[in-house]
Design a protein around this ligand. Sequence first.
Ligand code: IVH
Length: 676
Amino acid sequence: MNIISIKKDYLNKIKLLNKYNRFYYDNSNPKITDEEYDKLKKEIIKIEEKYPNLKVKDSPSLKIGFKPSKNFKKIKHKIPMLSLANAFDKEDLKNFQKKILNFLSLRENSEIEYCAEPKIDGISASLIYKKGIFTTGLSRGDGIEGEDITNNLKTIEDIPKKIKSKNFPDEIDIRGEVFITKSDFKQIKEKFANPRNAASGSLRQKNPEETKKIPLKFIAYTFGYMVNGNIKTQSDFLYNLNLWGFKISEYNKKIHGIESLNIFHKKFEEKRYTLDYDIDGLVYKVNKFELQKRLGFVANAPRWAIAHKFSANSSISKIISIEIQVGRTGALTPVAKIEPVNIGGVVVSNATLHNEDEISRKDIRVNDTVKVERAGDVIPHVISVDKTKRSTNSKKYLFPQRCPSCGSRTVKDFNESTKKYDAIRRCINENFKCEKIAIENLKHFVSKEALNIDGFGKKIVEKFWELNLVKLPQDIFSLDYSKIEKLEGWGRLSVSNLKYSIEKSKKISLERFIYALGIRHIGQENAKLLAQHLKSIENFHELSKTDNINILLNIDGIGEAQIKSIETFFSNKTNILIIEKLIKNMKIFNIMPSRKDGILKNKNFMFTGKLKEISRAEAKSLVEQNSGKIISNVNNKLNYLVIGEKPTNKKVKKAQELNIKILTQYEWLRMLKKIS
Ligand code: IVH
């Protein structure tokens, strides 16, 4: 990448981070996980380290948090509330210690005494006590200036309002974490994304009576300043906090050296899920205050402390029950309902078990203790079972043999080429009466890549089905709008918007239409192959006639499984009727020959991230219409990686390594001359 694109990339990243900051601090509604946030921030810092000239004056790397919300009076912290540097592995820890030893000019093998504490994932607060009376309570805000949330903090039982202990300092700024327990969160989980948001939202209420309704807890762990205190170590300070009436973590521990810290971390990672509050790592602090003082600070974090994070994408939980979902193609997918657990900032209470075979291979049972993983946009799934935690009366899980939606028989297909039975059990949908399959088919029909009917989401399909407004795809074109207008949540404007989107969706390309039918094994790629070969909807319709199906044998890329599936589809009269009705209602475009010498000739493209205003399918088709090619791997053949919102970082990184040109959606569209 040349310096201009590096600068562009750097500024884009800052813009993105600032945007996420606003969501987080102003709306108490994070759009990304902490892990993703940390990663983005790290990327910015890395660029700044490599290219110091690029660094902007107000880089978020220099800021600790973000501006406090405008609702509260702002008060400057006497001592700034800093953040902590993060360590993700042993290497990072070694580095941390190395810097300390260097700074203190100690021998390489000297052992430092640390105080290890759980890092509670809540909201930090600073409490000022004067002569034993709690006078002012501040949020962290941007670290320099906090919000005066004294009245809200006063509603928290764990915060002592008056302290009489003899050795309590004349004046002290006690700092700690406000949080909500997992069990309390269960009662209010509809209102907030995770316990941390609940705590933050509740602390930022204007009305303390509202704060009071949410059972907030407080654990103390440090101080900003203290007048006339005579304490020498962090562990002693914690001990005193407890004597003064503050709650402290019962897991705080004095530990010597990196090796032991690492062992403690490993053990704690397992224990983490048994605690009734979320923790996202451990904090290690050099225990002696005298050393802390000498070590001081770098930028916005102390040199004497570090947060050793837990892996952000997996956690341990327990299976409460196993439910069977029926998908569009009749696949029965087992889903584990689990004890809610916070994985990387998202509360997870469902985890897929994939299929019947997976359950028997891993011998997954109800009540089992399991490890659950959640990575990116992938559905959380169970990785392993801890059989040592299984009770003696636990029973093997019996997979249902009948469809839970319609009671039909279920089968596992036999794959002729592998000579094996499929891992997936399917509902055979006798007489095409399976409700779940029908609803899923409708959702697919209106989805973005198919008819792309704006405002016709999954919930609406379910609602309309329930009200008998839509049972078959063609019903969408004869909706009773007067009935819809009277439904709760609907009005004139939303109905007219829906009407408009439905009208718009009537004009459709043949490939999208074929894809929209949801024939098993006919995804976007195969639908395109079929459309290119058949050219018109009439030819597609003709496939319903016996023998015609054989013409598909000539299509490169369409195999036996696809042909068999199309045959089954057309052997059903309801399907033929659906197609005939749809043809009458819609305008299905025939295939235009694509250009061979368009402006993107000999150029390979790949997309990552969400594009604005157009679907991925349309973007791909635009490339192809202009003679470009879409490839699915970042390798030397790739000429351009087009990035939308939240791109997959791995792809971007790999492209950068290979010097592949990275385009934003707008740069790409400009290339196509779609925008000026
Ligand atoms: S000490 C200068 N100790 O982690 C160090 N922080 O990224 C000040 N936190 O803002 C923090 N548990 O919200 C410290 N035992 C603990 C902590 C802890 C949670 C949070 C706190 C802080 C953030 C730092």
